[in-house]
Design a protein around this ligand. Structure first.
Ligand code: GDP
Ligand code: MG
Length: 826
């Protein structure tokens, strides 16, 4: 067995090397070699002995076949013989080669040795010469001194002249000595020169100080070495292979090295030389990676999207398939100018006119019917969301309604809205709101807008303007007419027959229903049972719920629907695409998740070199304040993150480590602890285990229900001014055990106060799965049949909310009191 192995290995190794060079034989010495074909190849190209040795026995064998030996055996013997011969030839050649190599080595050593000796000798000679010279000079100096001393002793009148005469010779002598010294050295050089020009003995030649001969010998050695390696297919001499490196948007350093076929250490070093201190497991961005790839002399092809995305139907619709679709309208404007009021007014006037007082389920979007034309309204939480959705590639809005209060002026956020609309190239309609107010001055709004290059129709411009009152409900029809008109001009079309694509308007984790996304279908028709991928999530449509809370089978272009059946919560602005199979959907989602993770990692690890430089500069005096943000809906989370990113001065910067939707979990606390970050809950609470962990690890959790408060606190913290005082005290918690319907009162919750105290006057929040779903006041607080002011922990009570009915068993009621804290106004 071992013999076979030996043969095999040998054969394989010997094979490729057998072609040309003697050295290849060195591997053939093994005793058990019988790998005939390869042997033959080794033998045949050899001149002389090998050839004749290999050739003759073959012929001879045929005639000299002993009786009783099979052909096979014969063949084997012949081969063995051949192999033996080959081996002999090899050995001979080998010996020869080795001998030669040894001879060369000996020669080289001799030369080296002689050169060394020679050098030493010269050194010694020079040292000796110098010593002699020194001695002589000293002697001379001493003599001169003696003479001078003698002269001093002589009569004074003589001293001047003789001293001068005496001094002269000394100096002369010194010069002479120098001259002699120079001559000596010159002679030394002359000797060398003589050696070079005259007849040469080997020793002389080899001991030449310049080493010309030696060098050429070394060069020869190197040449031989190179030739040998070339013959052996050695790797050192291989030409550098220029690779085309597939570069995704972010790549791990080790993977980058791998793709370039360079050593990781070299890549890390290159990065370091470029000012990036990274380890092989860190991820860098594509720009940096490209720089490195080019530095290594390779080529780059950027791959943005993986092939897995290709299954998404990208076919352009032909004109025949296109049908007109409703416009999608976003209302924008300065805070308190009446956006929400206007949206509500339109909805109440149009959608629920039949349903007495019923408030439709809020899904962040709704459709109205304007004389047969459907209009879709989006209730996006502000401009930031509008832009961040756009940044994600979701251009969902067709028309922007710019709300400006007639009793106010064009304000910063009005200007922001104008800029957003302009940047998105979306036509605007100006709704001049609050015209019912006594101080209303619509014309001032019109002229104000001129400064921002918005010229309304009343001022002979092209932007439609409508005077409305959201509160009184006036001008709404006119506004809707204007929208319909604008939509007509836009000729909005889509193909309802194709696989659906859409954009996420809002998404959240819902108790009981799981992740829910409000999706605006932009093209095609989304149906129940459709398999889809949306951002980094995927799923199968379990149910579709329209803006009025009704289940529907399908949703066509421009229709907003709530989609159930997701595997996770997507983000606002994520694009939804229907695909054929769940496998495809999962694959795409997973790919995107990975890509996003890598991108985030790359962004976290100080990405571009420029940034790095900047960071390095700043690092000395800039501190980062890491935070975690959890919010009830994606829109809030995004708005907070964007606000956070704006905070910061030259000394402090806020860095959002993570933001997400839903309750604060143990994972969040873990991350916060690791980075020494506080956790900000916006309308969400920490679940029980997270609360415990946070207490143990000393992680700070802060709850907010107003974004401005959160922003203010972070600002204060960033400047080191955050007071430790709590502005809002949680005074108690109660759990809903049962829900009763009481005529005249509405729904009443039968509760158990689990913590603290329930107080009638206090503020209350309704928490469902640690997400704040309502905040308000109590209508009643009852202990048995009596209305009471307070109920203590451990006691049961009945509670009902003012103007709020959606309560369920196991919901939690949080009871809080606000503490007035004086704040400086600067
Ligand atoms: P938003 O911040 O832009 O969403 O503004 P809101 O819709 O919350 O409105 C802010 C305040 O303005 C609320 O108190 C509204 O009642 C009030 N408001 C909105 N529209 C009108 C209007 O047409 N007339 C009057 N008088 N008040 C209005
Ligand atoms: Mg509002």
């Amino acid at each position: 067995m071992s013999e076979d192995d030996g043969k095999k290995t040998l054969g394989l190794r010997g094979g490729p090397r057998s072609g040309n060079v003697k050295q290849s034989f060195s591997h053939g010495r093994t005793k058990n070699v019988v790998v005939e074909t390869k042997r033959k190849r080794v033998v045949v190209p050899k001149p002389g002995a090998a050839k004749s040795g290999g050739g003759q026995p073959v012929k001879g064998d045929a005639s000299k076949r002993p009786a009783g030996i099979t052909d096979a055996e014969m063949e084997r013997r012949r081969k063995a013989l051949m192999a033996a011969k080959a081996r002999e030839a090899e050995d001979a050649a080998q010996r020869e080669a080795e001998e030669k190599a040894r001879e060369e080595e000996r020669q080289r050593r001799r030369e080296e040795q002689e050169a060394k000796e020679r050098e030493e000798r010269e050194l010694q000679e020079r040292a000796k010469a110098k010593a002699e010279e020194d001695e002589r000079r000293q002697r001379e100096a001493e003599e001169a001194a003696k003479r001078a001393a003698a002269e001093k002793a002589a009569p004074k009148d003589d001293a001047g002249a003789r001293g001068g005469a005496a001094k002269q010779p000394v100096r002369n002598k010194g010069r002479e000595a120098e001259q002699a010294d120079r001559d000596n050295r010159g002679r030394g050089r002359g000797d060398d020169g003589g050696r070079r020009s005259g007849k040469l003995t080997l020793n002389q030649a080899l001991s030449g100080r310049e080493g010309g001969r030696q060098l050429s010998m070394a060069a020869m050695k190197r040449k031989q070495e190179r030739a040998r390696q070339k013959a052996m297919g050695g790797s050192q001499e291989r030409e550098k292979v220029i690779r085309t490196v597939q570069l995704p948007e972010a790549i791990m350093v080790s993977e980058l090295a791998n793709r370039m076929s360079e050593r990781v250490a070299d890549v890390v070093k290159a990065l370091m030389q470029n000012g990036m201190m990274v380890t092989q497991n860190q991820t860098i961005d594509a720009d940096t990676a490209e720089l490195i790839i080019e530095e290594f002399g390779h080529k780059v092809t950027r791959v943005s999207d993986s092939d897995v995305e290709d299954v998404i139907d990208q076919v352009e619709d032909s004109d025949d398939d296109l049908q007109s679709r409703p416009p999608v309208i976003t209302v924008m404007g300065h805070v308190d100018h009446g956006k929400t009021s206007l949206l509500d007014a339109i909805r109440n006037a149009k959608v629920v006119s039949g349903e007495a007082g019923g408030i439709t389920q809020h899904i962040g979007a709704y459709q109205v019917d304007q004389n047969g034309t459907k209009l879709t309204f989006l209730d996006t939480p502000g401009h930031a969301a509008f832009t961040s959705m756009r940044a994600r590639g979701a251009q969902v809005t067709d028309i922007v309604i710019l709300v400006v209060a007639a009793d106010d002026a064009v304000m910063p956020q009005t200007i922001e809205a104008i800029n957003h609309a302009k940047a998105a190239k979306v036509p605007m309609i100006v709704a001049i709101n609050k015209v019912d107010k006594p101080g209303a001055n619509p014309d001032k709004v019109r002229t104000d807008l001129l400064q921002h290059e918005v010229i309304v129709e009343k001022l002979s411009g092209e932007v439609q303007d409508v005077e409305v009152s959201a509160v009184k409900g006036t001008g709404l029809d006119e506004l809707l007419e204007s929208i319909a008109l604008q939509a007509e001009i836009l000729e909005l079309k889509a193909n309802p027959e194709r696989a659906a694509s859409g954009a996420v308007i809002e998404a959240q984790l819902d108790v009981g229903r799981g992740p829910v996304a409000t999706v605006l279908v932009q093209n095609g028709t989304l149906r129940q049972g459709d398999i889809f991928v949306v951002g980094e999530q995927y799923g199968k449509v379990r149910a579709l719920i329209n803006d009025q809370g009704d289940r529907v089978e399908e949703a066509g272009p421009s229709v907003p629907v709530e989609v159930l059946g997701l595997n996770g919560t997507p983000e606002a602005g994520d694009v939804l695409n229907v695909v054929d199979t769940e496998g495809q959907a999962r694959e795409i989602a997973e790919y995107r998740e990975k890509a996003a993770k890598e991108k985030r990692a790359a962004a976290g690890a100080a990405t571009t070199l420029e940034q790095l430089m900047a960071k390095a500069k700043e690092d000395e005096n800039v501190t980062e304040m890491p935070i975690l943000v959890k919010a009830d809906v994606q829109g809030s989370a995004e708005a907070i993150v964007q606000a956070m990113e704006k905070i910061g001065n030259d000394e402090v910067r806020v860095r959002v480590l993570h933001s997400g939707v839903g309750a604060i979990t143990e994972t969040d606390i873990g991350l916060a602890e690791a980075s020494g970050a506080p956790v900000f809950g916006f309308n969400v609470r920490a679940n029980a285990s997270a609360r415990n962990t946070a207490n143990q690890k000393g992680v700070e959790i802060r709850y907010y229900s107003v974004i401005y408060d959160l922003v203010d606190d972070v600002k204060a913290a960033a400047s080191g001014l955050l007071s430790a005082e709590i502005k809002e005290n949680f005074i108690g918690y109660a759990e809903i055990r049962e829900v009763f319907k009481v005529s005249g009162v509405g729904k009443v919750a039968g509760c158990l106060v689990t913590e603290g105290v329930a107080r009638r006057s206090a503020g209350v929040r309704l928490l469902r799965d640690n997400v704040v779903i309502h905040e308000g006041t109590l209508k009643t607080l009852k202990r048995f049949k009596d209305e009471v002011a307070e109920v203590q922990s451990g006691q049961e009570c009945g509670m009902a909310f003012e103007n709020y009915d959606d309560i369920r068993p196991s919901d939690v009621i949080e009871i809080f009191e606000r503490e007035e804290i004086e704040r400086s106004l600067d």
